[in-house]
Design a protein around this ligand. Structure first.
Ligand code: ADP
Length: 639
């Protein structure tokens, strides 16, 4: 049938029956998501679950951190030895020993650092790989609803960006906390053992910088979030305008000047924010640096006084003062530890939110692995409503919560015997595509049963079910890979001979052989583009290679030239041979050859039978038939 379409079987549609929304916007928005997810109680434990498998490495990392903190207290002691012993006692050997000790210590610290960096990188990357794999497997298990309702960019953003953030969080926050804590502890012990009074004196100034640091940390974080949001706006703006569609609009409406001005404004906003961020707390920090000088000053004053009175050594005073940096810096860093930990957990929380989405179609624990099926398909009282989107912006939820969606299939019952050819016919939106989704269990029915060879589909594993079913849809999706690799996707073990045989039967071999690199030619969106008819034949060859018992075919509505149409028809004839087939029919020949025609309307089966019977019945089928094919029949021999 030339150029079917029209009211007969519905328009072309993308998989899932809904237009896809590609939301790159969202991806950028997420970069600046100021909303911190609520941290659930189980989250820290789950994070632990991802870190724990690497406990040996963690142990070594923390030993390294501990060793660095511990060794960090030694240099001031060496200085003290030089000042208090080597010089006063005129002991050049001790002097040399202490100086060499300083150098040796630095070498050791350097080596520890190298080991720790390696382990950090290793563990951090391994944890990310684990998370990515879990996410990938998880989203694979999600039903089609997930993919029709989730913006493409978002899934990838989660797997890529959110997991990417884990590295910084785990390696930065966690290790910094431990390192700071141990450094403070080691330093305090060292100072107290040198001189408890000086230690207490040094501690007096701690609150005076600890609290303001916390404050500034908060301001900075707020500014940084705001900056990210504005940056995301700029990115989204560019994304929208600097592409072919946006540019056509811009040029078409002569808006180039206005757009450039808006871009300039937005960029300036970001720049201003970044300056503010850089300056936030600068004044405060300046005053703080004055305060932190108070620490050493107090130590020199009291220590000097003690030196005069009780003979406290100069080396001790110098050592204590050098310890102060080791003390104040980590304490300052720990001022915002709570916020840091919350931020770190939030990164995980966003990933866990995704991992917690329940796949709707699940294998039962005791699901049976289906052997070679006979191909008897029975629908019994099947009612199915497309589920609501999993994720909706909250504002949509408020408005759209009340309206219950219409069922796509209502109380549908029919029976297909093994080897039968069944044509699905009906107006657009009747539910034909939905039927073809339920057979491979891309969704489960709300009520009723779908059975294959007398077995409820929910009793068998999805994988063993889908091995039995081949799908040839209107739009053929090809991966960006060679023709051969695309074909092997149907059956990994296929030999070259089998591939060629399938392609011959699919009427596409000669075409492929004529391509620049034959079966190794890379096809797909960004490579060699195949015409509609060529893609269809390749899809048919792919299905032939899979050799399923059951075939689901959505006949193309698009116009093919006569040669192409002829080749596709030939290929289809071979493909349908000896299989149970469910066909969303657009060609008259298909309908005439069908063993059974199911006429659907509004999700119901309204008529059922063979062409002649249905025509005689003078119902919906007859109406559709007359509208679509009258006048054509004479010109085209049926079948
Ligand atoms: P046909 O293939 O006969 O044109 P479909 O099976 O695609 O009809 O659609 C049946 C009904 O289900 C239609 O009302 C359609 O709008 C609705 N529908 C189809 N796909 C989806 C989806 N992914 N989510 C929600 N509703 C859908």
């Amino acid at each position: 049938m030339r150029g079917g379409g029209g009211g007969w079987m519905g328009p072309e549609r993308s998989l899932g029956g809904m237009p896809r929304v590609f939301g790159l916007h969202r991806q950028f928005e997420e970069g600046g998501d100021s909303r911190m997810p609520r941290i659930r109680r189980a989250t820290p434990r789950r994070v632990g679950g991802y870190l724990l498998p690497y406990w040996r490495q963690w142990l070594v990392i923390f030993l390294c951190v501990g060793a660095s903190a511990g060794f960090g207290v030694i240099p001031p002691l060496l200085v003290r030895g030089i000042l208090d012993r080597a010089i006063p006692h005129h002991d050049p050997r001790l002097l040399a020993f202490l100086v060499l000790g300083m150098i040796a210590l630095n070498i050791v610290l350097g080596l520890i650092g190298v080991l720790q960096s390696y382990l950090n990188a290793r563990v951090g990357q391994d944890v990310m790989v684990d998370l990515r794999n879990d996410l990938y497997r998880h989203v694979q298990r999600m039903s089609l609803r997930f993919y029709t309702t989730t913006r493409a960019g978002e899934i990838i953003s989660r797997i890529n960006n959110d997991v990417g953030a884990v590295y910084g969080v785990v390696m930065g926050t966690l290790i910094a906390i431990v390192s700071n804590f141990l450094t403070v502890l080691a330093t305090l012990i060292a100072i107290f053992s040198l001189s408890p009074q000086l230690a207490l004196l040094a501690m007096v100034v701690v609150p005076s910088f600890y609290l303001p640091t916390r404050l500034v940390g908060r301001v900075r974080r707020r500014l940084s979030t705001e900056t990210q949001e504005k940056q995301a706006d700029v990115l989204a703006f560019m994304q929208e305008r600097l592409n072919i569609g946006g540019m056509l609009l811009t040029k078409g409406f002569g808006q180039a000047g206005a757009d450039a001005a808006e871009f300039a404004d937005r960029s300036r906003e970001v720049a201003d924010l970044q300056v503010r961020q850089a300056m936030a707390g600068r004044w405060l920090f300046m005053s703080l640096s004055v305060i932190s000088v108070a620490g050493p000053a107090l130590v020199y004053w009291y220590g000097g006084w003690q030196a005069m009175r009780t003979g406290l050594t100069i080396g001790t005073i110098i050592a204590v003062v050098s310890y102060l940096t080791n003390l104040y810096r980590p304490i300052g860093a720990m001022a915002n530890v709570y916020v840091d930990v919350q931020g770190a957990l939030a990164v995980f929380e966003r990933i866990f939110e995704y991992l917690d989405l329940e796949p709707e179609v699940l294998d039962r624990p005791n699901a049976i692995v289906l052997d070679q099926a006979e191909g008897r398909i029975v629908f019994e009282g099947v009612t199915f409503t497309y589920p609501k989107p999993l994720w909706r912006p909250p504002e949509e939820d408020e408005n759209g919560a009340g309206d219950a969606p219409e069922p796509a299939l209502r109380d549908l019952s029919f029976r297909v015997e093994p080897g039968q050819r069944v044509a699905l016919v009906g107006p657009s939106g009747a539910g034909k595509t939905t039927v073809t989704y339920l057979v491979p269990r891309l969704y489960d029915p709300d009520s009723g049963v779908i059975a294959l060879d007398g077995r409820d589909l929910r009793e068998v594993t999805q994988e063993s079910l889908r091995v039995q079913i081949g799908m040839v849809t209107q739009e053929t999706f090809l991966f960006h890979a060679s023709v051969r690799e695309n074909l092997l996707y149907a059956r990994a073990g296929a030999t070259d001979d089998e591939i060629i045989a399938a392609c011959r039967a699919g009427q596409i071999h000669d075409f492929i052989a004529g391509l620049p690199e034959g079966y190794d030619t890379v096809v797909g969106e960004r490579a060699f583009r195949l015409s509609g008819g060529e893609k269809q034949r390749l899809a048919i060859a792919r299905a032939l290679l899979k050799d399923p018992r059951i075939l689901i075919l959505d006949e193309a509505t698009s116009n093919l030239d006569a040669t192409s149409e002829h080749l596709v028809k030939e290929a289809l004839a071979t493909l349908l041979e000896g299989r149970t087939s469910l066909i969303i029919a657009h060609r008259l020949s298909t309908i005439l050859q069908a063993d059974q025609i199911l006429v659907m309307d509004h999700g119901r089966l309204v008529e059922q039978g063979r062409h002649v019977e249905l025509l005689a019945h003078a119902g919906l089928y007859a109406t559709l038939y007359h509208r679509q094919f009258e006048g054509v029949v004479g010109g085209q021999p049926p079948g």
